[in-house]
Design a protein around this ligand. Structure first.
Ligand code: SAH
Ligand code: SF4
Length: 385
């Protein structure tokens, strides 16, 4: 087997790894050992796996590899946010962002190079779509970021001369699939990655600490509920079909009534007893008191919390962020109706790591950016005018 055909172990779940090891006569526990070396210790060389027999390590070296895509850019924000740009080949790049907070460290990862949904407020959607990421490429973002963060902790410990446990914000405690792409339009590969995130011999995250964000791919929400019910965030962004058809074009296929019914079905399996509705605040588009009233009616149909996201502008969008006073008032309207509402803090602004600014280069195969967003923006402007 040549090196180009070698199997990247990052993409194998426990079943696939057990099969592989079994082909060489290895017992299932060898697969678990291997998993711990790869994902918990983050090693990339089989020589470091000291408790594996020499012949087994030779087999692995011959047939397998452990590698993330090349990182072409790495940036740090003044607020501690870190961003990595992964080169996934043929001029496509995807991004992962680590956001440290007092009580948690959240890694935001990508699922596709580009996105076909083409929401006009999203720079990923604007770029069009190239391809789905593989399980290995999705999990590689977590594997790589974890190594980078651990290396940081180690170097700062040398400086401090102390061996205190890392603070919560300095480990990856949460993963959100809110980077580039629509995770539920790359279902099988995302499912493989989610299973590794939850596996005790890999990343051991609880289902509450892994969140899939979706623009509303109804049939796949049902499958996720059955296969791997992690926390779910739904990108709502509009309180009626007419507006949502423009802001989230997938709404034309799965309109609000179907989406809300799917949310309720998901809640039967979900690790939390609510769905998070994400709602981007666009000046003069979806942020009026009337929109808040409509939203309150919708929210009565599903147990939910709201996360208001101030729009992060990018040059081609032609859209503006709602003023801070409007965001506060809108939040107040929802809270007055008894809805739990938070406003997302914008992080990593100085390195364009905020939501919707993730725009690793994508070679658009669909030429979507020549079609949909402009039309959608014009439609929104007409509505506003
Ligand atoms: N495709 C999925 C997940 C990736 S987008 C989805 O749409 O849910 C993750 C979140 O970032 C979504 O809520 C999306 O609406 C939001 N987002 C996209 N563009 C944004 C922008 N320019 N400013 C702020 N948030 C944005
Ligand atoms: Fe795709 Fe999500 Fe961006 Fe919409 S917001 S274009 S679904 S990545």
């Amino acid at each position: 087997m040549s090196s180009t055909e070698s199997i990247n172990l990052l993409g194998l779940d426990i079943a696939a790894l057990t099969d592989l090891v079994g082909q060489w006569g290895g017992k299932p526990f060898r697969a678990k050992q291997l998993q711990r070396w790869v994902h918990q210790h983050g090693v990339d060389s089989f020589d470091q796996m000291t408790d594996l027999a020499r012949e087994f390590r030779q087999q692995l070296t011959e047939h397998c590899s452990i590698h993330a895509p090349d990182v072409s850019i790495e940036q740090r924000s003044t607020d501690g946010t870190r961003k990595w740009l992964f080169d996934v080949g043929k001029n496509n790049a995807v991004e992962a962002v680590f956001i440290p907070e007092d009580d948690r460290g959240t890694l935001c990862i990508s699922s596709q190079a580009g996105c076909t949904v083409a929401c006009p407020f999203c720079s990923t959607g604007y770029q069009g779509f190239n391809r789905n990421l593989t399980t290995a490429e999705i999990i590689a973002q977590l594997w790589y970021a974890k190594r980078a963060i651990q290396a940081d902790i180690q170097s700062s410990r040398i400086g401090e001369g102390a061996l205190a446990a890392p603070e919560p914000a300095r480990v990856i405690s949460n993963v959100v699939m809110m980077g580039m792409g629509e995770p539920l339009l790359n279902y099988d590969q995302v499912l493989g990655a989610l299973r590794l995130m939850l596996d005790d011999n890999a990343y051991g995250l609880s289902r509450r600490r892994v969140t899939v964000s979706t623009s509303g791919v109804v049939p796949m929400m049902d499958r996720l509920g059955r296969d791997c019910p992690v926390a779910l965030a739904v990108s709502l962004h509009a309180p009626n079909d007419a507006l949502r058809d423009r802001l989230v074009p997938l709404n034309r296929k799965y309109p609000l009534a179907e989406l809300l019914a799917a949310c309720n079905r998901y809640l039967e399996f979900a690790p939390r007893d609510f769905i998070t509705f994400e709602y981007i605040m666009l000046d003069g588009v979806n942020d009026s008191d009337e929109h808040a009233r409509e939203l309150i009616t919708i929210a009565k149909q599903v147990r939910c919390k709201f996360n208001l996201i101030p729009f992060n502008p990018f040059p081609q969008s032609g859209l503006k962020r709602s003023p801070a006073t409007r965001v506060r008032l809108f939040a107040q309207r929802l809270m007055d109706a008894g809805l739990v509402t938070t406003v997302r803090k914008t992080r990593g602004d100085d390195i364009a790591a905020a939501c919707g600014q993730l725009a690793g280069d994508v070679k658009d195969r669909t030429r979507i950016n020549e079609r949909l967003p402009d039309r959608a923006i014009i439609a929104i402007k007409q509505e506003r005018g």
